[in-house]
Design a protein around this ligand. Structure first.
Ligand SMILES: [Zn+2]
Length: 362
């Protein structure tokens, strides 16, 4: 989140989904409920006020051979102590946004343990992930409007969420993480739903990013916290709760490798973690070469139109380009990096100015 982003104004609908998860998991984990009790009628009774037709469809949707009802039965069948453990984990991790507020002291957020007895971790994940995929997809959706009011006539789904994201962030048309193109963008779970399934629909955990950032070789399913730490988010930025914008400059080394630099030691660690998460430095090193070619292309265009260059005229031209690109930050792909390259090149003592000058007079 090199760029600041705003939460979409459909939070009540997303919070409604989290409450639905909470209500169902709490009921399934209660001492008195076992597998045999979890029938379609039982689920309808647990969710008063919801359109029964939607609840019936919800229970019957099947993914990888198991319906949502069967997934609920699998949770209910677990030993009581295991169910309590899962419910506590769920409630602890749902408080994760409080960790970014120093006045609060929530329990430490942790990844779901692997290899729990009775396959409990898999059953828990299998149940909670479906609230995102497939139920949050357009073909299904939740029976609420964007204000979180139950409405049998409408469905809330991912496309509406994305539409609201675009409307509230209409001054941002690039990837908030890397400043690259948002073409083919995807909704990312900041804390991956594989390890944090309880955050599959949590509003602060959903962010639209570019395909490259979301790919397996970059962010993929990497965790954006220091697991096991008492304060696991201390060394991390967060798209909504602790964005990096305004807390870094871009330094370009002699070899042409752009680097994020933080103002203080805390931010330097967070920037380093962000960089490793999405491999920003190596991706920007490639983009840097593209920027150099673009600037050379602009100089070539000036030469073609008959311009001749002195140190002062080239410096003045580069300064104009630098100032013009400032307004494009957030709107044009990699304008942030272009601005940094042009800032460096506008210094007539820099190696970059010397390179462009040689190009201009050759
Ligand atoms: Zn990106």
């Amino acid at each position: 989140m090199l760029h600041r982003i705003n939460l979409p104004n459909c939070l009540p609908a997303l919070e409604w989904i989290v409450q639905l998860q909470t209500d169902l998991l709490t009921a399934l984990c209660s001492n008195a409920v076992d597998q045999a009790q979890v029938t379609l009628n039982w689920v309808i009774t647990q969710l008063p006020g919801l359109p029964p037709n939607w609840v019936i469809s919800f229970c019957s949707w099947a993914i990888e051979g198991a319906s949502i009802l069967e997934r609920m039965q699998n949770i209910a069948a677990l030993p009581v102590a295991t169910k309590h453990q899962l419910l506590q984990h769920f409630n602890n991790n749902l408080q994760y946004i409080d960790a970014f507020d120093h006045a609060k002291n929530p329990p430490a957020t942790r990844r779901l343990e692997h290899g729990m007895p009775h396959n409990a971790d898999k059953k828990y994940r299998d149940f909670l992930e479906i609230f995102y995929d497939p139920v949050f997809y357009r073909s299904k959706g939740y029976p609420v409007d964007t204000d979180g009011n139950i409405n049998g006539a409408t469905r809330f789904h991912k496309d509406i969420f994305l539409d609201r994201c675009h409307k509230i962030n209409d001054d941002l048309r690039v990837c908030p993480l890397c400043d690259g193109s948002l073409d083919g963008s995807q909704v990312d779970h900041w804390l991956p739903k594989k390890h944090f399934p309880e955050l599959s629909c949590q509003p602060h955990n959903l962010i639209e990013i570019c395909q490259a950032c979301n790919s397996r070789s970059n962010k993929g399913e990497k965790s954006t916290l220091t697991n096991g730490d008492a304060t696991p988010f201390e060394d991390w930025f967060h798209p909504y709760l602790r964005p990096a914008n305004g807390k870094f400059t871009i330094r370009i080394e002699l070899k042409g490798v752009p680097q994020l630099q933080g103002g203080n030691a805390h931010d330097a660690i967070r920037l380093s973690n962000l960089d490793s998460l999405i491999n920003l430095q190596s991706r920007w090193a490639k983009e840097y070469r593209t920027q150099i070619k673009r600037i050379e292309g602009k100089i070539r265009g000036c030469k073609r139109r008959g311009a001749t260059f002195t140190t002062n005229s080239l410096k003045s031209l580069i300064e104009d380009w630098r100032d013009a690109v400032q307004d494009q930050i957030g709107l044009e792909t990699h304008a942030m990096l272009e601005q940094s390259v042009l800032s460096l090149a506008s210094d007539e003592n820099s190696h970059l100015f010397a390179e462009f000058f040689d190009f201009a007079v050759s």
